[in-house]
Design a protein around this ligand. Sequence first.
Ligand code: ADP
Ligand code: ASP
Ligand code: MG
Length: 383
Amino acid sequence: MALIVMKFGGTSVGDIERIQNVAKRVKSEVDAGNQIAVVVSAMSGVTNQLVDYVTSVTPLYDTREYDVVVSSGEQVTSGLLALALQDLGIMARSWMGWQLPIQTDDAHGKARITGIDSEEILKRLNSGEVAVVPGFQGLSPNNRITTLGRGGSDTSAVALAAALNADRCDIYTDVDGVYTTDPRIVAKAKKLDRITFEEMLEMASLGAKVLQTRSVEVAMKHGVRLQVRSSFSDEPGTLVVNEDEIVEQELISGIAYSRDEAKITLVAVSDQPGVAALIFGPLAEAAVNVDMIVQNVSDDGKSTDMTFTVTMGDLDRALEIVKAHAKDFGYKEILSDADVAKISVIGVGMRSHAGVAQRMFQALADKGINIQVISTSEIKVND
Ligand code: ADP
Ligand code: ASP
Ligand code: MG
């Protein structure tokens, strides 16, 4: 007998028939003698619709009320799945984030889970009941509903698996595993049987939305056995494992991309200690996430050009903040470009092999793609 957390994403619970299909999958694990807690997303498209409702009332919304609205999609699918399970003769009930509770900090819209009270769920699992828990939502220290950031149901599932000390956390989605790159974009992408936590973390943070980045961090920290698989087939999925569980290390495990990028260049910033802190301090305070940063000597040789990237949604705010603080550091000109994309090559095998970056640059050159910014870490190259 194993304790398993099963998480179903938006497409997997996209309509009533699919929810009934999920109930059948859960039933087969229960029939095999396992204890099951299920985490569900909202039906696909619903969270986007809820976000649109909020922004059409007011673009500068109160994030606490945003969370009340956007967390509601998961409440609906939790109740529906509990009903579908009952219909198959399975004892099941739903638990909202606030009922357990799933405690988070108070960073509304992108809260972090700080603890899950699992006592009551464990009691119910031991008496043969299935627990259905909505993903994406939690409760702040002020007793307000929070959400965990887009794609956050993955993190709910992994955190619940850690709290329940589960044997496995299976993430059921609309592809049958983690591929070398997005299989919806590149038909010849290859499915990986295994990927290391470290590589998965890089892939997720660089744009592969198959797992939310934070879920990989939590799984890595708590040693949760994590698997990505399809809710529409019985194919084995991809296991996310420690490096020592991989026998033959591939040089490259994957390529991730993000179109959600914009580039800002401050031309001719004075080249002296403390300037970077003056530029990036106010951006950090305004919770603008700066990604790649590159500094180059300007044409005049006396000053420096500072180029950095932010998400598209943060571009206007970032420009406003930089302009407002211009008097502190001074610059000649400010340039911005939203028509850029970030491509990253990832693999722990890169640590010991030279030449990967060169092959990437050649591939981009062959397609006539101009590289604007390059950055590297031990196991990745971005441009
Ligand atoms: P869910 O609603 O189940 O959480 P998501 O849409 O969040 O599903 O994530 C699954 C999607 O992630 C896939 O449909 C696929 O297009 C995309 N994806 C991006 N990169 C990868 C990758 N390397 N491997 C698999 N899927 C990927
Ligand atoms: N429903 C939320 C979203 O669309 C959370 C999730 O699906 O993981 O972002
Ligand atoms: Mg997702």
